[in-house]
Write a protein that binds this ligand. Structure first.
Ligand code: CU
Length: 257
């Protein structure tokens, strides 16, 4: 009986591990998916739910069946020298249990690939365009009107935010100036690589005021962990006054940041 109890305790412990992980602050991004605030982030979140929830249900079903067989038919409950029925080869079942997983995996691949494509296409109806370039170790956001936000990496989370207006479709152009970086703010969009010599595209349209955190998702050198990202969405009036301040700072000769 103690063995059964020990097995149950172990099973519960393993099942609880992701929740324990979720409760800890690990210093970087939270391991549980944040609330999406841009349609592409919402698409990724929906894809995640449609794949993970059935997978978790199947996992629990398989593990429960396994546990039931292990406990119900354990050796100590069988007569001495008991040998279970020896069953070999059933072509129909083998074909079925190969084809069904193949269909499921191809379905997941097609569905998620389609979602990713929506995130990466260069859109034509953007209301604003920003060029984001990654360097060792930070990000520059060029608003194409002379204003550039420099976001230098830090682990303290006190990075200068990349500011956008709410409810505005912003086209993002990505570049790398030295090595490949990857811009990733999970609440907003998927990961987009910033590659030297090749422009990648994504977009965002944030539906609420707030600040969201992200980080570089491509190992790019010793300072990789410090390439933190903050994106701040302001309503249009606040954004306009922020932008006017930046423009005024550009025009004045003082080296204010
Ligand atoms: Cu990087």
């Amino acid at each position: 009986m103690t063995r059964v109890v020990r097995a149950l305790v172990a099973a519960v412990g393993i099942a609880a591990f992701p929740f324990v992980l979720g409760a800890c602050e690990l210093g970087g991004l939270h391991p549980i998916f944040p609330n999406p605030v841009s349609p592409n982030g919402q698409d990724i979140f929906t894809t995640y739910l449609w794949i993970s929830v059935p997978a978790i249900i199947i996992f629990i079903g398989v593990e429960a069946a396994l546990l039931w067989v292990v406990l119900r038919y354990r050796r100590s409950r069988q007569p001495a020298n008991y040998v279970p029925p020896q069953v070999h080869g059933n072509t129909t079942i083998e074909v079925v249990w190969t084809i069904i997983p193949l269909i499921i995996v191809l379905g997941i691949a097609g569905y998620s690939f389609n979602t990713l494509l929506k995130d990466f296409q260069p859109i034509t109806n953007a209301q604003m365009e920003v060029t984001i370039s990654g360097h060792q170790f930070g990000w520059d956001y060029d608003y194409e009107n002379g204003v550039v936000v420099h976001q230098e990496g830090t682990l303290a989370g006190e990075v200068t935010p990349f500011v956008v207006p709410t409810n505005t479709l912003v086209k993002l152009r990505f570049r790398g100036t030295d090595v490949i970086h990857s811009w990733w703010v999970p609440a907003i969009s998927g990961k987009t690589d910033a590659v030297p010599g090749y422009d990648n595209f994504s977009w965002l349209k944030i539906d609420q005021v707030g600040t969201w955190h992200g980080e570089c998702a491509e190992l790019c050198g010793v300072g990789h962990a410090t390439m933190q990202i903050n994106v701040q969405a302001m309503n249009q009036a606040d954004f306009d006054s922020w932008m006017n301040q930046k423009k005024a700072a550009l025009a004045s000769p003082s080296p204010s940041k």
